[in-house]
Ligand binder design. Structure first.
Ligand SMILES: [Zn+2]
Length: 150
């Protein structure tokens, strides 16, 4: 979404994943978890473990993920909250939201920035980041073959 601004916080998912963080563990995509993409970079997340729904905003920039969430954990400075972790996981595995649309974290930044990253940037960690991608398909397209050939 144009206009998503700098109040989004840098999200270090690698740290929380590798550190065995509670948020990352809690962000299991259970069958009764509810994720709904309400705008290009806005989602509603309910992890269905008794918590309420939260509104998240997340996007991928040239230097990493940025986002925010209206939950308490995020408000207390724990920016990689369970809801944002769940979205990161959902994007990685091609999880579908409650309307059957594939969860896709949008990329921002210029095409030139992305090309620099793909062609001349440092190798990305094997964390599911995409090295070979063009423009994301519009929502409504199914999972792409790149997710099934691994
Ligand atoms: Zn949250």
């Amino acid at each position: 979404m144009i206009g998503v601004s700098d109040y989004l916080r840098r999200l270090d998912f690698e740290s929380v994943r590798d550190g065995g963080s509670e948020s990352w563990e809690r962000a299991r995509l259970a069958d009764d978890a509810i994720l709904l993409q309400t705008a290009e970079s806005e989602f509603v997340v309910n992890l269905a473990d008794g918590a309420s729904s939260h509104v998240c905003e997340i996007e991928e920039r040239a230097d990493g993920y940025y986002g925010r969430c209206d939950c308490d954990a995020f408000g207390y400075g724990h920016h990689e909250c369970a809801h944002l972790c769940a979205l990161r996981k959902a994007d990685f595995i091609g999880h579908l939201d409650v309307e059957g649309e594939r969860i896709t974290i949008p990329e921002t930044g210029t095409v030139a920035e992305r090309r620099a990253r793909a062609d001349g940037g440092p190798p990305r960690a094997p964390s599911g980041d995409l090295d070979h991608e063009d423009v994301e398909p519009p929502s409504g397209h199914g999972p792409e073959p790149r997710w099934t050939g691994q």
